[in-house]
Design a protein around this ligand. Structure first.
Ligand code: MF3
Ligand code: CO
Ligand code: CO
Length: 258
């Protein structure tokens, strides 16, 4: 019942292809993000590019989600819904979260973008985005056979604490197994204790996707659309996400950009 799927070599070959498409889409999104475009424009772009690669966008109709990608600006933590009414402006920070599905496997990854370029964004916003990427990398670095899922959250928590910025780590949303299902076991919490949780084995595939708030860790779910998650205190939030494979040697980042 709580089993964690182990992917065969063939499964991994297929999943690499899906994850490569997800990564290519995120590369291309970086070229279209600019002041004046709407999050609906991002949705249209991601939807079309996904289909061009023979894949389908996993978010569309997932538990009733109405769009093909999540676009989360500034104080939106995750699951922002694209809309023609939401227009990017210089100085915004935005997370674009892409999941594609092809040949029976999902590939899930998200990145942060600076609207108008890094120079348009506040130093504090840039630092939050940079620290959050480093948190993801620190988490990924713990992944190896025999390690515990709790090692990931422990490393992220220790790293965020070491920055002494007072950032909050979101608890309500987590990383997750990904493969034949969009969300499967194990759950990957972004805080934790070393040596706790499931033991990592070769062939496991899961996401690590820390959401880090400039202020407190608490979030509020929109009562209007039932999806948009915001920081409770209105502070900025950042997130980066990769799909990671446990290999006999350690790990492989399946959604890395090439
Ligand atoms: N891609 C998100 C994640 O990292 C999930 C989005 S669910 C959706 O798990 F329905 F909002 F698309
Ligand atoms: Co995602
Ligand atoms: Co995910």
């Amino acid at each position: 019942m709580n089993r964690i799927p182990i992917k065969s070599d063939r499964d991994i070959e297929l999943m690499r292809e899906t994850c490569r498409i997800t990564s290519l889409i995120l590369d291309a999104v970086g070229d279209i993000i600019k002041p004046g475009i709407s999050t609906e424009d991002i949705n249209t772009f991601v939807h079309r590019m996904t289909l061009e690669h023979g894949a389908t966008p996993s978010p569309l109709n997932y538990k009733g989600y109405p769009k093909s990608v999540c676009t989360s600006i500034n104080d939106v933590v995750c699951h922002g819904i694209p809309s023609p009414l939401v227009v990017l402006k210089a100085g915004d920070i935005i997370n674009v979260d892409v999941t594609s599905y092809k040949n029976g496997f999902h590939g899930d990854s998200s990145r942060m973008y600076f609207v108008g370029g890094r120079a348009a964004c506040s130093d504090a916003a840039c630092e939050l985005v940079d620290v959050t990427l480093e948190a993801l990398q620190v988490g990924i670095a713990t992944v190896k056979p025999g390690g515990h899922i709790g090692d990931i959250g422990a490393a992220i928590q220790e790293f965020i604490s070491s920055t002494k910025r007072g950032y909050g780590i979101v608890r309500e949303y987590t990383g997750h197994g990904v493969g034949r299902e969009f969300h499967e076991n194990p759950q990957v919490i972004h805080v934790g204790k070393r040596g706790h949780g499931d033991v990592m084995k070769p062939g496991m595939t899961f996401t690590i996707e820390p959401m880090i708030n400039m202020g407190g860790p608490k979030t509020i779910l929109s009562k209007v659309d039932g999806w948009t998650v915001r920081t409770a205190d209105g502070s900025l939030s950042a997130q980066w996400e990769h799909t990671v494979l446990v290999t006999p040697q350690g790990h492989d980042i399946l959604t890395r950009s090439n």
